[in-house]
Design a protein around this ligand. Structure first.
Ligand SMILES: Cc1ncc(COP(=O)(O)O)c(C=O)c1O
Length: 293
């Protein structure tokens, strides 16, 4: 497998990181996951904006050569070199604050080069789960106060997802102060009284790209939307519940903590939004300028 590693394209086996890397020592870095369909990156401009914001908040300066255009060119080359231009693929990008020993919490000396890694993998969307609907479990949200940053520090998410796997569920959804924030790796929506509700894009959730696009699509489709969090009790009474992400798309939820929700069947709003999302993804991207290196 060919990957992009610190400015070069090399075999994945050759891409090795120092034990002094701050990603390894402190979880000091950010990541992005892009979806590619038939070799085309979807909503790349939105992912790049979120990445730039995360880097800025963490005061993590990217190498001067690592422009958005360079990142996109690297992603396309990795897709091409690994014959991933048919069907679906996920492109993973991680940037850490680099390696500088000896270990010290504060930022390393100015000029320490960040570590940049980008790889792509073939991906099969979970359409079989979507057809019957997914189960989720609720779990306390024990994460930090900047969940809006796509940080590589994912320990609470890892533990939550493992709880979901043990319960034979697709996702774990976090509860903070009696309200659902989001899933371990997805945003959550519920339809209540015909209105689509989701947690506001504040510091308690990751502003999902899929979430952002679906809010726009819902408006286009005439579905009423309010960015207000729901409670676990709301979930039990909702007409529909679904989670959304770059890999899961729109995933209807039919069971929460073992109890049926939304009549135990995938609902029409989730279906319409999923269809709209798929149509957008297979349509040529308007931001053609982003595609040239
Ligand atoms: C915590 C969390 N929330 C939401 C999402 C969904 O974001 P996106 O739609 O950009 O994939 C993810 C994606 O991995 C995530 O990790």
């Amino acid at each position: 497998m060919i990957v992009f590693f610190n400015g070069t394209f090399i075999d994945k086996a050759q891409a090795t990181v120092s034990v002094d890397d701050r990603g390894f020592l402190f979880g000091d870095g950010v990541y992005e996951v892009f979806r590619a369909t038939e070799g085309e990156l979807f909503a790349a401009d939105r992912h790049l904006r979120r990445l730039a914001r995360g880097l800025a908040v963490l005061e993590l300066a990217r190498p001067a050569a690592l422009t958005d255009a360079a990142l996109l060119a690297a992603a396309r080359r990795v897709l091409d070199d690994n014959a991933l231009t048919r069907g679906d693929a996920l492109v993973y990008l991680q940037i850490t604050r680099g390696a500088a020993g000896p270990r010290a919490h504060q930022f390393p000396p100015a000029g320490t080069p960040p570590t940049v890694y980008l790889a792509a993998n073939a991906f099969t969307p979970p359409d079989d789960v979507r057809a019957r609907g997914a189960s989720v479990v609720t779990t306390p949200d024990e994460r930090w106060g900047r969940c809006d940053i796509k940080s590589i520090q994912l320990l609470p998410n890892v533990l939550a997802k493992q709880r979901a796997v043990r319960a034979d569920a697709f996702e774990a959804v976090f509860v903070r102060d009696g309200r659902i924030t989001e899933g371990a790796s997805a945003n959550l929506f519920a339809v209540l009284g015909g209105t689509l509700r989701t947690h506001p894009a504040d510091h308690h959730i990751l502003p999902g790209i899929t979430r952002e696009i679906l809010l726009e699509e819902a408006e286009q489709l005439g579905v009423a939307v309010v960015e207000t969090a729901v409670t676990p009790k709301d979930l039990a009474n909702a007409e529909e519940v679904f989670v959304t992400s770059t890999s899961a798309d729109v995933m209807p939820v039919v069971r929460v903590d073992g109890r049926p929700v939304g009549g135990g069947q995938p609902g029409p709003v989730a279906q319409r939004l999923h269809t709209a999302l798929r149509a957008l993804r297979t349509r040529p991207a308007p931001a053609a300028a982003l595609r040239s290196p």
